[in-house]
Design a protein around this ligand. Structure first.
Ligand code: AMP
Length: 303
């Protein structure tokens, strides 16, 4: 595993690799790597010749009262896990290397960033899109791997890459969970033992919502309420939002149809966790077409 800290060297290494006909995979992370990150790296390694895992705790995407200073950092362990998972390069720039000047240029995706996480964390997605745009510019033509765990982030980055014509194919990867359903997250390290025992309530509430959708419920309000009730039945949890959205626009339709995404954000104690799950409505949508062979096709946009 080649540790790279300078933008110039990353650019040169990847340029040389591409000139030699090698494909590039990019896995952006903030470090504190766990099995969720490892699954992204493994998928990249199975599809690309060169895999760059990036490790950068991006100050731009943290709000003034968020956990930038306390965010877990574990460089040696990250280096080991990235290497065994199939990463060929670890790009770990300093803040000064990423932001050598006062930042005057930012990238902002409208609409998709204004709801859900965007409403709760003002400015967060502008920080994310700005750093990811920089990473895309540094990496050049590549496939970039992001987790569905951060579903809205994935939708926002897909849209940014398309709108700005980055030569990057954005690939969404399934959420890796603990046996009790808790989605792996670097922030799970903040949970006390009692809080960790309460954390499965997010996945349970999402599963309640998914079951309702699959049983034919079409009123988003009723599904939201059922998920909210489940979260609030856990004394250590307090709900931030529960949502049922169309997977590409992230808008809540009046009536559910086709593929939907259920999303939750809640605090467990003081730790804010997010999770989401896809569900397919019981009633096939009017617009679902048929193939020439007559087989039903169900669009599965972005899920
Ligand atoms: P982070 O380091 O939290 O910024 O995450 C880096 C990447 O890993 C993002 O694309 C996340 O969506 C993804 N990721 C985080 N947790 C998981 C998980 N449990 N399963 C799959 N991907 C994940």
């Amino acid at each position: 595993l080649d540790v790279v800290t300078k933008v110039g060297r990353l650019w040169a290494e990847l340029g040389t690799a591409r000139d030699a006909g090698r494909s590039v995979g990019l896995v952006p992370t903030m470090g504190a790597l766990h099995a969720g990150h490892a699954s992204l790296i493994r998928q990249a390694a199975s599809e690309c010749n060169v895999v760059v895992t990036t490790l950068f705790v991006n100050p731009l995407q943290f709000g003034p009262n968020e956990d930038l200073d306390s965010y877990p950092r574990s460089f040696e362990a990250d280096q080991a896990l990235a290497g065994v998972s199939g990463s060929t390069h670890l790009f770990a720039p300093s803040v000064a290397e990423m932001y050598p000047h006062r930042v005057l240029t930012t990238v902002r995706v409208a609409e998709l960033t204004e709801l859900l996480e965007g409403a709760s964390r003002p400015g967060h997605f502008d920080g994310v899109t700005t750093v990811v745009a920089k990473l895309f510019a540094m990496a050049g033509r590549c496939r970039a791997y992001f987790g569905e765990k951060d579903f809205q982030q994935l939708a926002v980055i897909r849209r940014m890459a398309a709108d700005l014509s980055f030569p990057v194919e954005v690939i969404g990867c399934r959420t890796v969970r603990e046996e009790d359903g808790v989605a792996l997250s670097s922030r799970n390290a903040y949970l006390s033992a009692a809080e960790r025992s309460a954390a499965p309530v997010l996945y349970e509430a999402l599963s309640v919502g998914k079951a309702l959708v699959e049983q034919g419920a079409t009123d988003p309000g009723a599904i939201r309420a059922a998920m909210a009730d489940r979260v609030e039945s856990e004394p250590l949890a307090s709900l931030d939002y529960a949502a049922v959205v169309e997977p590409l626009s992230l808008a809540t339709p009046d009536r559910l149809d086709g593929e939907v995404r259920l999303l939750l954000a809640a605090r467990i104690g003081t730790t804010r966790l997010i999770d989401n799950l896809g569900a397919l409505c019981a009633q096939p949508s009017q617009s679902s077409g048929t193939t020439p062979q007559g087989k039903e096709v169900q669009t599965c946009a972005g899920a």
